[in-house]
Write a protein that binds this ligand. Structure first.
Ligand code: ADP
Ligand code: MG
Length: 260
C-alpha cells in the first residue's frame, strides 16, 4: 500500500486581533491509500480546520502536507484548485448544493471545472451510484435531506477522486438516512477510495477502520477500529448521551448571571 497523505508538523494559526488561535498545532499523520478513517473530538478541537487543509481549501501556517507524493502545502491557489478538482471529493454537513438547479446539474459542476467534453452521462452515472438516477431532474427543494446528501456525494465522486473527505456528513440527518450515507461510503471504500470522515457520533465513527481523536488542535489518540475499541467507544457514547440529557437543564442555570 502506498501513502496517500503525509502530514508533518502541520500547523494552522488563526489571528483574531491580538490573539492567535492555534486551531491545528503540529500534526504528524500518515494515511495509506484505501484507508477508511474517522476523526472525532469535541467542538473546537480542530477537526474542520484539518479537513480544510486536507481538502486543499486552505493553506497551513507552517508544516508539510504531501498528497499522493505532491507537496501541496507550498502550491499556489491555481495549482490547489487543480489538485482539488482531480483528486479530492468533499462532502459537507449542510450539503452545499445550488438551489435553483437540478440534481444532475449539481453533480455535473466539477465536470465543467475539469472542462470535460461529456458531462451528462458521467453525472447520471454518479447519481446511479448513490441510487438517485430517477431523481436527476429534481431540484434540491424537491428532495429529502438524505437525498440531498446523496446528490452531494454524487457530486463529490463524479470526477472519480482518490480521496473523499466528509465533515459531519450525517450531522443533519436522522439515523436511517445517516446509515444510508454510511452504506454508500462503505461501497466507495470497497472500490478503493480513501475516505476521511469527521463525526462526533461514535456510532458513525466505529464504522470506519481507524479512529483518530483530536483535542486542542492535536491528535491525542490514533487507533485501529477493532472490536475492543468499538465496544469501548460505544460504551462512552452512552455516557455522553447521559451528560447531554442532563445538559438540557444547564442553560437555565447559565442564563441567570447573564440577566443580572
Ligand atoms: P471543530 O471542527 O473541531 O469544531 P474547528 O477546526 O472549526 O474545530 O476550530 C478549531 C479552533 O479554531 C476553534 O477554536 C475555532 O474557534 C477556531 N477557528 C476555526 N476557524 C476559524 C477562523 N476562520 N478564524 C478564527 N478562528 C477560527
Ligand atoms: Mg467542525
Amino acid at each position: 500500500m502506498s501513502t496517500i497523505i503525509r502530514l508533518r508538523q502541520l500547523t494552522k494559526h488563526y489571528r483574531m486581533g491580538e490573539t492567535v488561535v492555534p486551531a491545528l498545532d503540529g500534526v504528524d499523520l500518515d494515511i495509506q491509500e484505501g484507508e477508511f478513517l474517522a476523526i472525532t473530538g469535541a467542538s473546537g478541537s480542530g477537526k474542520s480546520t484539518m479537513m480544510h487543509l486536507l481538502g486543499c481549501l486552505d493553506r497551513p501556517t507552517s508544516g508539510l502536507y504531501e498528497l499522493d507524493g505532491q507537496l501541496v502545502s507550498s502550491m499556489s491557489d491555481r495549482q490547489l484548485a487543480i489538485v482539488r478538482n482531480r483528486k479530492i471529493g468533499f462532502v459537507f454537513q449542510t450539503f452545499n448544493l445550488i438551489q435553483r438547479t437540478s440534481a444532475v446539474d449539481n453533480v455535473a459542476v466539477p465536470l465543467f471545472y475539469a472542462r470535460r467534453a461529456r458531462v451528462r452521462d458521467p453525472a447520471l452515472k454518479a447519481l446511479r451510484r448513490v441510487g438517485l438516477e430517477q431523481r436527476a431532474g429534481h431540484k434540491p427543494s424537491e428532495l429529502s435531506g438524505g437525498e440531498r446528501q446523496r446528490v452531494a456525494i454524487a457530486r463529490a465522486i463524479v470526477n472519480e477522486p482518490r480521496l473523499l473527505l466528509a465533515d459531519e456528513p450525517t450531522g443533519n440527518l436522522d439515523s436511517k438516512n445517516g446509515q444510508a450515507i454510511m452504506q454508500i461510503f462503505r461501497e466507495l471504500h470497497q472500490s478503493g477510495v480513501t475516505i476521511i470522515l469527521v463525526t462526533h457520533e461514535m456510532s458513525v465513527a466505529v464504522q470506519s477502520e481507524r479512529i483518530i481523536r483530536m483535542r486542542d488542535g492535536r491528535i491525542i489518540q490514533d487507533r485501529k477500529a477493532d472490536d475492543a475499541l468499538r465496544h469501548e467507544l460505544l460504551g462512552e457514547a452512552t455516557g455522553t448521551r447521559r451528560i447531554e440529557s442532563r445538559g438540557v437543564e444547564a442553560p437555565l442555570v447559565v442564563a441567570r448571571p447573564v440577566k443580572v
